[in-house]
Design a protein around this ligand. Sequence first.
Ligand code: ADP
Ligand code: MG
Ligand code: MG
Length: 883
Amino acid sequence: RKWVYTFGGGAAEGSRAEIEQLGGKGANLAEMAALGLPVPPGLTIVSDACGLFYKSGKTLADELKTQVLHGISGIEAATGRAFGDTSQPLLLSVRSGSRTSMPGMMDTVLNLGLNDHTVEALAEHSGDARFAWDSYRRFIQMYGDVVMGLDHEVFEEILEDEKARLGHELDTDLSASEWQHVVKLYKEVLEQELGEPFPQDPHVQLWGAIGAVFSSWMNPRAQTYRLLHSIPEGWGTSVTVQTMVFGNLGSTSATGVAFTRNPSTGARELYGEFLVNAQGEDVVAGIRTPQSITEAARIDSGSDKPSLEKLMPEAFAEFQAICDRLESHYRDMQDLEFTIERGKLWMLQARSGKRTTKAAMKIAVDMVAEGLISEEEAVMRIEPSSLDQLLHPTIDPRVTRHVIGSGLPASPGAATGAIVFTAEEAVEAESEGRKVILVRVETSPEDIHGMHAAQGILTTRGGMTSHAAVVARGMGIPCVSGAGTMRVDLRNEKLIGMGVTLGKGDIVTIDGSSGQVLKGEVPMLQPELSGDFAKLMQWADSTRRMTVRTNADTPADARAARSFGAEGIGLCRTEHMFFEGERIHVMREMILAEDEAGRRAALDKLLPMQRSDFTELFTIMHGLPVTIRMLDPPLHEFLPKSDDEIEEVANAMGLEPGFMRRRIDALHEFNPMLGHRGCRLAISYPEIAEMQARAIFEAAVAAARETGAPVVPEIMVPLVGLRSELDYVKAVIDRVAKEVMGEAELEISYLVGTMIELPRAAIRAHIIAEAAEFFSFGTNDLTQTTFGMSRDDAARFIPTYQKKGIIIQDPFVSLDFDGVGELIRIAAERGRKTRPDMKLGICGEHGGDPTSIHFCEDVGLDYVSCSPFRVPIARLAAAQAAI
Ligand code: ADP
Ligand code: MG
Ligand code: MG
């Protein structure tokens, strides 16, 4: 088969369409060559050869070698040089290139083909011996490191020593004979350390370098990168072998990198850096300070070193024209690598440039205006989850950070405030208008009101799905969780990290996007939701089919969500209201009551509280649909846990601590998540459901009268597995509805539906749909019950599963399409068979996950519901799914 594709001289065998086999680099080199741009001729070995390499015990097949050698004869013909020739030697670079860019993860070898003889020829025919010996030492250094495995620091030390000995500051200060001496030292150390000499045969060098690039596919760096970016190992890397061009050929030569637009602001201006008399790695390595490409940027930076525009105006003009050409060819901002050899420009790489979200928005909107792309393409250009960056304040990138610890970037955005160690202090501070960061070892449901009151949350324990992380993300509050390098000393009210001790009231800043914890106050950039953002979202909204609702438990959530464009509430978890302020006491009274009469007495007190919450929620949503879930969690979640707490609560309630402990023990469950919760509570204690239904309908009446926009409450019964469960609870709701409507003399339309969160419910959806007027997929529990995996304990083994390749993605983060997804499909199909116009939606964390949203579009759900701060992400993802 064809393993090798050549390019150069205005033609190419491959093109961008073959990116899977040629890799990003190889494909774009081919594309540029075919466009007639100045690309040094070369060849690309397809990425399938990488798999073959590993299958044959890390050796190169003869057939492959033959094709490479054939390609090289073509290059020789095109360049008029010969590989290994001692008068006109052809030198090569050997480069990696995978399907998606993995910057800096794999290896490159430059100046290949040099040896003790060809170096002389190179010196001779270039007329520059310094250049030839500089190239040779570079080659030995790279080859010794990448192919032979001698740590690059060994070489760097030798070079540093030599420079010190000779009194040189810069690499460019060394003369030909000084480089020649360095080469000698390099060869000696190689032989001494590895017991084998540096290979002189160019063909040995070539096969060694190709093998090393294939091998670098499996280096730990690349493996980690693939894991983080869900890149399959099976893709492999291609290898490009290309004629060297030299940026280190004196003062008329240079090498650089550039973006066709500014990657941080998106402004339409050439943006980049270059170095005179240098080769590839030098620009990134920071050995010398690079110079600006354009004169405007030079003036901006205040540098006195000339720009490329001034220094090499002809090469600059050609480069600028190529930038425009490539932008209109690729219809996207490009990240380019180039080299100028004695005034002649060569293009070495093109790829779509990485950019900040802000830049991505500006570029997309500008390109629509420039007629380069359509509105739909613009919508497709923005990575939905990257919007997170825009919706929160961020730390001004120009400031220096005094980092005192770091943890997981659990909830994006940055926040500054005075340290408090308890939820109560946070609430108190809020009432006094002070800004605080709540610092805890970990958080629990009792801290909710304090979390709400804080600007940000810092915990020293817990992962990305810990209570603090999940709740903070839901509230849109920045959070750093599991900052294990920091210590909370609760007794003395101290936070300690990296030798810095902060006390209560000291100012701290957390960066929930990076996980860093910083001392003191730090300047922030505020989110900007108008302009490009607004325009793009408008395009997205006119494209999508699904509606986007929000999960909102409180009026504050609902308001935030509406400002982000939510079109209703898909999940209101009533129980979260029970943790606020005094309510928890009444709730506990209800739970601890020994009989129905006692429970009803407490419920009577809860009724007006719930009613006023719902009234406010309905008023804010102003006629948009609101789904309210009946009480769901096991009751023990509302009760105190530690002895101290039990005593305190008992005293406050005028109860015996002993009695309280007995009641708590009686409520103990072995497996509460599969225990007495969901509709099971409403069946055991119908008076709870009654009270909630009454609160909902009375609130609907009140809101309808107040706003004149009638709400249609959608009442959702959780954890239904049997139709008879739903029948029972629905009967209670319908009865109360009738009562309230009679009392108010007002007709309220409402729906009763259920969450599909048990496999049995999914399978029996056609039967359940006879009673349910809507389904909402509760994918957190559905994932939990389908896998038989406790979400709260999954953090202990999911990372291991991922490391061992047993699963790629955490199913609690990204929906498991094959299993959980299949159940959703089944339920949607069967439910609609019974009730064709039935509304279907998804709530739960997946409702804000872009890939899961694509799946929802496929299945034909009517809406997705997610936490307020993910609403814009969901709007964009839903639009992309519909395109
Ligand atoms: P990476 O994928 O890490 O960017 P590259 O294959 O692009 O690795 O190589 C790194 C650098 O080496 C390039 O930026 C370029 O400056 C230099 N380089 C690669 N090939 C050549 C070549 N044929 N001639 C001159 N320089 C080259
Ligand atoms: Mg590169
Ligand atoms: Mg649930």
